[in-house]
Structure formats: structure tokens, C-alpha cells
Design a protein around this ligand. Sequence first.
Ligand code: BTN
Length: 260
Amino acid sequence: MDLKEIQRTLSDLPLSGIRYFKEIGSTNDEALNWLESGVQGNSLVIADSQLKGRGRLNRKWITNPYSSLAFSIIVIPSKEEINRLSLFAPLGALAVNYVLEEKYHVSPMIKWPNDILLGDKKMCGILAEACWNGEFLKGVVIGIGVNVTSASIPPENQVRFPVTCVEEHTKKRIDRLILLKNILRAFFDWRKKITKSEFLSYWQSRLAYKDEPVTVEQGEGNKVHGILKAVAPDGSLEIELEGGNRERFLIGDVRLRPLR
Ligand code: BTN
């Protein structure tokens, strides 16, 4: 990829700025700095490899050169969207899931809150971070990492959950730049529906492990077992406990595991 080619390919998308790096620490860090120093509107940071890629819960995210998509979308939420801030990471997940189904004809599922699975293995992770100035929200960074070719798959001993890549399932070569364009277009389309019931019902219908036994782990070692039931309108996860009561878990310091 190079900046000119990226700018040309993404020219009809609502982006006011694009920064491209052959190699970077983390696109989320660059995007947060950009937000701090002032950004015009929706913007994009993209890199062909990351040396300090970050995941949720302070985990490391590996981006091998030219094998993945590693990008961060900067958005300035409207007043209405500020009430739905927790839905920006799932918005990224919905966009990736939708594009893979519609354009690449594979059948992904969303592992709550925002991992994308193909055949029970993870191929995409999302890290959303907000930038505040006291009470004032400067913007949100939605960092998306997609494993595209087999070279993107880290060694087994470096991951906690089995990993796959898009090409393993499409069985044909994927153009990373076109995939990026498709994901960004879906992201801005689904963003218009973030406050609508269609958003929640799509997410619900693509939820991995629905009606299956799962373990939810909060903080250090606090585990809850139950049946995964649904996502609530605020994005929290509803688990049915033994005895039938339901408990809700907010997106945050929570890990979800299937009990298979
Ligand atoms: C996770 O699964 O824990 C989230 C992974 C998020 C990785 C992406 S890659 C682009 C952006 N830059 C980062 O440092 N992290 C996100």
C-alpha cells in the first residue's frame, strides 16, 4: 500500500484525513495523538505492520508485515451518539461481519463484545478508545485488526484463543485495500443506524454461542457460568444463571469463553 493509492481508493468515503505508515508502534496510539492535537473530522490511520499493537485488556496484538489490516478510525460522535458510546466497538464488529458475509460469502459470528470468528477461530479484534478533555469528549478511536493472509497468524503459544485468517475461508486471494474500503463503507453506513433497533437485531442474530453455556470472567478470577442469552440495548451481555435469573455484564474488563 502507499498513501496515494489509499487516498485514491478511499476518495468517495467521508474521511477528512488519512495517515499511512509502512511500520508503526500502534495505529491507535497515533490516532489518539492526532485527536489530542486536533483533527478535522472522521479520519483514518493505517499501517502495514505494527511493532506495539495493542488489544483489549492490555493484551498484545501482533500485526505481521503486509498480511493483515491494522487501522484506526477516528470519529467525533454527535450528541445522540455520545449516549451510545459503548456501541462504537461493536459498530466496528458489525461492519466487518457484514462485509465478510455480503462481499466475501463466508459466515462469521461476533464473539461478544467485538471479536469476529470464522469457524470458531478469531480473525478480527477491535479496540475502541475515547479521548476526553475533562468532561468534554474529543473523539473516539476504533482500532481494527483483521488477519487476512496465513502470514498474519501468530504462533500458537502467543495467543490465548485459536486464530484464523480471512483467506483460509475464502480460499482466494483478498485485496487488502479493497477489503479496507468495504469495511469503512459498511462502518459509516451502520453508524447511521447505531441508535436504531436494526443495529441491535443484526448484532443479536450474529452472536456467537447464543443459548450455549459460557464462562464470563471479570477482573482477576471472578468467574460466572451460565447460558448466553442476548445483548441488551446498551451493548451489555445477558447471561442466564442456574435457577433462571439473568445477569448483565457491561463491556469492559470482561472475558467471554465458550464452555465447550
Ligand atoms: C483485541 O482483540 O483485543 C483487539 C485488537 C485490536 C487490534 C487493532 S490493530 C489496529 C489498532 N491498533 C492497535 O494497536 N490495536 C488495534
